[in-house]
Design a protein around this ligand. Structure first.
Ligand code: PHB
Length: 386
């Protein structure tokens, strides 16, 4: 009897220690982002935003200091499983945060599923991450590729365009952005007459621009981002197309790129879950803090990084720092309203933001909101079973 009591006491003491180990001590965050290539500056903005939120919390979330482990994923899907596995198995991170490129993010989602590691995606829109690959411990702070595309399909139909050519990179993000666009545009009576694409991250646009000129559509819809978006906008204007055939895009076309695009971007309309001139107290405070910390203006990527950290905060607070409590962590996020600089958003049953999509127009080096194109737009989460 006595012996049993002692054993029980030992067991309790031991389990107390184990639980303690999970709620105190450093929380290891594996940042997997591009530091090189066409998306390098996007990776920097995400990391800046993520660190800004943590700095605002005094360097700790739910009482735990944050320790970073970093890998440059090079936006290369062929290296992605190895890179994510290194963070999980060698560095033993508690949570993976990444990345920009949809193909790389799908590999991260696979590693997260196979190892039970928490994953927060701060950009990549791969529909499957919150669709067929969804899981209780996988979240996104950004968007699905479907979302900005779908919103723009409705906008362009309303603006009276009937025949549209699409042009993008041939990979998940480009394909899905165009698919979302086409779904809404054709439902509203428009027709996609030609779908053009080139391999990621190629920027040899000339032959395709010649095809657009020959097809003479009413307008063009595009998905490009980062360095590729800069060159596309410049080449489109340079080929004399900008004045003949209006160019529209998912907002990545002109986000974080306006300095380099100069006047060639002026007047372009895009759809996105962020804009430069929202003028809300929340956004102004964020923009001021970001500019002070980094001597840079924030963009959508900075916001998504900041919100990935905010989502981690909310989840961790609910489990008092014990990230192994995945069910409670997820339950807290599903109920949460994230106080984002973009405007508050909720998280869908498949863990993607339910958010307003703005229609923006470029002017004076800013993506100015001209209003909300699609209110509280939820990705359909196709194929998600949780
Ligand atoms: C993606 O690959 O999902 C992606 C990349 C860059 C963006 C947006 C989406 O700006």
């Amino acid at each position: 009897m006595k012996f049993t009591h002692i054993t029980l006491a030992c067991a309790l003491a031991l389990s107390g220690t184990l639980a303690g180990a999970q709620t105190t001590g450093k929380l290891k965050v594996g940042l997997m982002l591009p530091a090189t290539g066409t998306f390098a500056s996007l990776g920097t903005a995400i990391e800046n935003g993520f660190r800004l939120h943590i700095a605002e919390q005094g360097g700790k979330l739910a009482g735990r200091e944050i320790e970073f482990f970093k890998v440059d994923d090079e936006s290369d899907p062929s290296k992605a499983v190895d890179n994510a596995t290194k963070l999980v198995s060698r560095d033993k991170v508690d949570v993976l945060v990444g990345t920009v490129h949809s193909g790389v993010a799908m590999a991260m989602a696979k590693v997260a599923k196979d190892t039970g590691t928490m994953l927060i995606v701060p950009n990549a829109g791969a529909d499957a991450v919150t669709g067929a690959m969804c899981a209780p411990h996988i979240f996104r702070s950004s968007f699905s590729n479907w979302q900005p595309g779908y919103a723009m399909g409705e906008v362009m139909a309303k603006r009276g365009h009937k025949n549209v050519v699409t042009i993008t990179w041939k990979y998940a993000a480009g394909d899905e952005s165009v698919r979302g666009f086409k779904e809404a545009f054709e439902k509203s009576g428009g027709k996609v007459v030609k779908e053009l694409a080139l391999p990621f991250p190629n920027v040899e646009f000339q032959a395709l621009l010649t095809e657009i000129a020959a097809a003479k559509p009413d307008a063009v819809y595009t998905f490009f981002a980062g360095g590729g978006a800069v060159k596309f906008v410049k080449d489109y204007a340079g080929a004399g197309l900008k004045i003949k055939i209006p160019l529209y895009g998912a907002g990545f076309l002109t986000d974080g790129t306006l300095e380099a695009q100069g006047a060639d971007a002026d007047g372009l309309f895009t759809t996105l879950h962020y804009a430069d001139s929202l003028n809300t107290p929340r956004d102004q405070a964020f923009r001021l803090a970001y500019a002070k910390a980094y001597k840079l203006q924030p963009d959508v990527y900075a916001v998504q990084g900041y919100d990935a950290a905010q989502m981690l905060s909310v989840g961790l607070a609910a489990v008092k720092g014990d990230i192994s409590k995945k069910t409670e962590f997820a339950a807290a996020l599903r109920k949460a309203k994230i106080d984002s600089p973009r405007g508050p958003f909720t998280i869908s049953a498949s863990h993607n933001p339910v958010q307003d999509i703005y229609l923006r127009q470029v002017g004076a080096k800013e993506n100015k909101s001209t209003g909300i194109a699609s209110k509280a737009l939820a990705d359909p989460g196709r194929g998600c079973r949780m």
